[in-house]
Write a protein of this length. Sequence first.
Length: 157
Amino acid sequence: MIPDHIERETLIEAPREVVWRVLTEPEQIVLRYCDDAQPEVYEGGAGVFTWTTGATSRPATANLRVGHPERPRRFAFRWASPDGEEPTDANSIFVEFTMADKGGHTRLHLIEQGLQRVEWAEDAKRRFVDEHERGWTGILARLQQVAGQQAASAAQH
């Protein structure tokens, strides 16, 4: 059976505010994730992530719909809806990042869920899970690196 969610947790050597910025600011998102990012970080905000090189096997654009953001504790969005459609509960995947203080660092919890609700063929769902299980591992590693470097740089100034 194809799982309905992908879940990861990691410790980032940076305060939550730094992690929040790396997760939500366009110029930070492109350092760790995609080629262009335009999220509107407020409840119901729209957005777009675009990949043109390297990060995916093909160029792609994902429309976003931002969930209830709680700076610097929670950032969530819906995405992966059919091309040209707005992401809704019925046609998209939900991604949620939650952040907690952990001794001056940030414990980041990621969950990507809702795969069983989308109307995709089983092979498309399997491919999505396979790609995203690997993809989130790399993305979180880059997030650790970028946020850690920014925290270290801020500490030096």
